[in-house]
Design a protein around this ligand. Structure first.
Ligand code: AMP
Ligand code: GLY
Length: 421
């Protein structure tokens, strides 16, 4: 086995903090760099590199100069822009799907057509290039109706319109803001789950299941966000429903990737809703989720470097060893997020404990502390023997502090525990 390995993680959020930390725990790994990373990661020995995730040439230069073994890509923008193709063209090892495969996240319309072609259960949908035909198309859907901008929007390009009037306004607004194409979708009713599959050309493995909380405020109110908190496992899900997700959704998805010759290497994130008719996909992402990563990686007992090294080298993936611990993460976001997040709020110093860890995102240095830089600032991660314990610890910890200029949801995990704080 390789030793003294150096790895580069591309990205700068809580997800990348968790990935870099998990890689550093491996005895095979000597150093983990994160580009551009964030200052909060440095507390954990992660070395940040001041190169933006879209500066492919500069990233490749860094990789060559520092003899990096391989690169792991966190965020979708780099994947959709073709970072994998760019690295591979220069013979550099990189973990993530290529540009063609990344369209599964980059275009809602592309993803829906893929699902149609490979018979993956999803919502009824239609795609429009102008507001007049989209408004006429509303007739087919009833209310509520889901309106999606056809491009990357960091979880913020989706509106669930409750009335036809609201739908008309949103459609007009999206085109006015410069959207070229939008997708209308049937509203799916049920609980939402985040399912992650690690795959290469040899085989695939399902990672621990998580549930995210997409709305900004408690009781699933407010606008959609990138995610305000997550937990794993999801004990209230029946085993029979989980098996349906595997057979009805994961299998045809992987079969489609193979039949379509996508040469998919990396993570496919399947966002699905368990409806009365069974699981249906609402989105594919071509990466790990944020904040889901922060709660699923601590539950994977495999050596994380070895697992990913096997994947990038197109070898047979080992079984995933899932720990029995429960992990729950609460996101601290800037006031105004997701629409107009404020910046420069000074954060209290957050020390780790035996059961609490912190994954930083949009922070910058301020004297001995950190200051918010807009959006999601950090995730508080709590680990316990069960979710009730993990949830209690997370909120007891958060309660100790006054967070000026930021907010967090008080009900992360309530669907599993029935508790809100
Ligand atoms: P997306 O960017 O496609 O993941 O959508 C963001 C969020 O909107 C999802 O996480 C869901 O909570 C919600 N959503 C998206 N599509 C649907 C749908 N067809 N039915 C109900 N909710 C949806
Ligand atoms: N937490 C949702 C996402 O990463 O897209």
């Amino acid at each position: 086995m390789k030793n003294n390995v150096k790895i580069l993680v591309v990205g700068s959020g809580g997800r990348e903090h968790a990935i870099a930390k998990a890689l550093l725990q491996s005895p095979h790994v000597a150093a983990v760099f994160c580009a551009p990373g964030n200052v909060g990661m440095q507390n954990d020995g992660i070395q940040t590199v001041d190169i933006c995730e879209l500066a492919f040439d500069a990233l490749k230069g860094f990789v060559i100069e520092n003899e990096i073994e391989w690169t792991f890509v966190g965020p979708e923008n780099a994947l959709v822009a073709g970072i994998v193709d760019s690295f591979q063209a220069d013979g550099l090892k990189i973990l993530g799907p290529n540009k063609r495969a990344a369209q599964l996240e980059g275009s809602k319309d592309y993803a829906m057509r893929f699902m149609e072609k490979y018979q993956v259960p999803t919502a009824k949908f239609a795609t429009y290039q102008d507001s007049k035909s989209a408004i006429a198309g509303l007739e087919q859907f009833g209310e509520p109706v889901v309106i999606k901008a056809d491009g990357l929007a960091a979880g913020k390009g989706v509106v669930i319109a409750q009335t036809k009037q609201e739908a008309c306004l949103e459609i007009k607004l999206m085109f006015k803001k410069g959207q070229k194409q939008i997708v209308l979708e049937e509203f799916l009713d049920g609980d939402e789950y985040s399912l992650f599959v690690l795959t290469n050309q040899k085989n695939w493995r399902v990672l621990p299941l998580a549930q995210d909380h997409k709305r900004a405020f408690d009781n699933d109110q407010g606008p959609n966000t990138g995610g305000m908190g997550a937990y794993s496992p999801v004990p209230q899900l029946l085993e029979s429903d989980y098996q349906k997700m595997l057979t009805q959704v994961v299998k045809p998805t992987i079969a489609g990737l193979n039949k379509g010759k996508y040469q998919y290497c990396g993570i496919i994130y399947i966002g699905l809703i368990l409806t009365k008719q069974g699981p249906k996909v609402i989105e594919y992402n071509v990466r790990l989720g944020d904040p889901e990563t922060q709660v699923i990686l601590p539950r994977i007992s495999n050596d994380f470097f070895t697992l990913l090294d096997t994947c990038v080298n197109e070898l047979e993936l080992p079984q995933i060893k899932e720990s029995s611990q429960a992990v729950l993460g609460v996101v601290l976001a800037a006031n105004g997020y997701p629409k107009e997040p404020i910046k420069n709020q000074v954060l209290p110093v957050l020390n780790k404990t035996d059961v609490i860890d912190i994954d930083y995102a949009n922070v910058k240095s301020h004297d001995e502390a950190f200051m918010g830089n807009g959006g999601r600032l950090l995730t508080v991660i709590s680990q316990g023997d069960n979710l009730i314990q993990a949830q209690k610890q997370a909120y007891q910890y958060l309660n100790e502090f006054d967070f000026d200029g930021c907010f967090y949801r008080k009900d992360i995990g309530f669907k599993a525990t029935n508790y809100k704080f």
